[in-house]
Each structure stands twice: as structure tokens, then as C-alpha cells.
Design a protein around this ligand. Sequence first.
Ligand SMILES: C[S@@+](CC[C@H](N)C(=O)[O-])C[C@H]1O[C@@H](n2cnc3c(N)ncnc32)[C@H](O)[C@@H]1O
Length: 272
Amino acid sequence: MSPDAASAPRGEPAESPGTVPRTGPIPGGGETSAAAVRRMFGAVAPRYDLLNHLLSLNIDRRWRKRAIDRLLETGNPVGQYLDACTGTLDLAVELAGRGGFRGQVLALDFSLPMLERGRRKIRGMPVAITCGDALTLPAADATFDGATVGFGMRNLASLEAGLVELARVLRAGAPLIILEFSTPVRQPLRALYLFYFRMLLPRIGRAISRHDEAYAYLPASVLAFPAPDVLATLLGRCGFEHIAWEPLTGGIAAIHRAQRAAAPGQSTTTSS
Ligand SMILES: C[S@@+](CC[C@H](N)C(=O)[O-])C[C@H]1O[C@@H](n2cnc3c(N)ncnc32)[C@H](O)[C@@H]1O
């Protein structure tokens, strides 16, 4: 795959039999959740980066750096890496731009407009872009030496199917880093956060993105996402071990770490 060539989407993801369907909010009623999510990100793509940095007061940059620090702690930065739900490629270029990184990053998303916004950030880095579905990854089993997903898991039509698919394409022992929003548990931060998230963020997001639903969907999808301990249990069921998580900025976000187990189903939760 050429770094400059974004291939065509592979179609709507199928709901895999035996997986837990997505129970969170679906933007734009009447469509499948995947189609609605893809349409929504396509619509907000031109303002996505601006809104990300503005609404998080730029803290998202620090979170992404920390996520890549955690990924690189686990081993030598060589080989093939996947950044699934890459959006405008911020995590992919954070990894590929690190001094000493000698691997290749495949940046995958099913929204072509998001990928097109991100393409300009590559600037000669070893990043290949592909337009595809995180639930049916275009890669053979055990292809990748590590994977990241930044703010993408909560958008999947099936969280469990997404984790199983990530486990499929990772080599045994390969690290998975999930950076995702979370809901603080401690007061008064929790009350402040919920007020900001429910009342202010949707209004600011709507005004700047000029999209009616996207920034109402954001808090709704975050509140519907499993708590870190629940996600850890799910990771264990989906073929990962050495599972840990760390809260960021008082629990507004969290980095989840795991390693692809050699034998799916044998898992260990190491810390919280
Ligand atoms: C909130 S954005 C996150 C983008 C980027 N990772 C970041 O850190 O800013 C979520 C992205 O997930 C993508 N996405 C959601 N479901 C997907 C799926 N099934 N397959 C591929 N991409 C998906 C969306 O198109 C969107 O670009």
C-alpha cells in the first residue's frame, strides 16, 4: 500500500454472529450504526482537528503522546504497526515520527474525508493509509507487532467484534494500546465534567462543526462506553493478557494496555 494511496472502503461491516452488538447511541436514526458513524465523521472531518484541540484545551495532544510512550515501552520499535480508527492520523504520525522508530504504520479508517485531512501530516514518514473497516481488517492473522486505537473503540458497531479482530491481526505478545474517553468517578470533577460534556460541549461543537448531531453523540457515546474494569474483562475474553489501564487527567480519559495472548482466553489483569 502506498502512503499516498487511500483505497476504497470495503463496504458496511457485518455484525458477526456471537458478538455483543453495540448498545450505545446511534447518530442519525434510520441508518445502521456503522453507516451513521461513517457519515458523521465524514461531515465533521474539516473541523475535526480544530474541535479536538479546542474542546480538550489541547490536552488531547498530551494524551496521544502518553499513549505512544506506553506502546514503545513494551519493545523495540521495528516491524508493522496498526493504528485502527486513525481518523486524521494523529496517533499514527505521533508513532511514526518518534526518533528511533524503524517500523511501518498502517493507518486505517473507514471515513475517506478523515483520512484525506490526515494525509498531509505524513510528510515522508513510514505511514501507509488505507480506507477500511476495523471490524474486518484487511490483514492476515498475526500481521502486526503492535496496534493503537485512539478514541475509536466506542464508535464501533460491536466493541467485542473489534477486540476479537484486533487480536486476530496481532502477533502473540504484541501490545495493544487503547486511548479512550472515560467518565471521572470523583466529585467535584465528575459533576463539572458532566456539566461541560452534556451542556457546553454539544453547543460549542454544533456551532463550529455546523453538524447537528456529532457533538451530542460524542458525550452520549462516552457515557455509554464501559468503565475501565469492564473493558479489561472484555479484553481478557477477546484474546488479550497483561491487561492494565491508567486514568488520564482525573479520569477524563484512560489508556488501556494489553498484550495479545498466545492462547486466546488465558488472561491476567495486572494493575489498574
Ligand atoms: C473520534 S475519531 C478518532 C480519530 C483518531 N484516532 C484520533 O485519535 O483523533 C473516531 C474514528 O473512528 C472511525 N471509525 C469508527 N468506526 C470505524 C470502523 N468500523 N472502521 C474504521 N474506522 C472507524 C471514524 O471514521 C473516525 O475517524
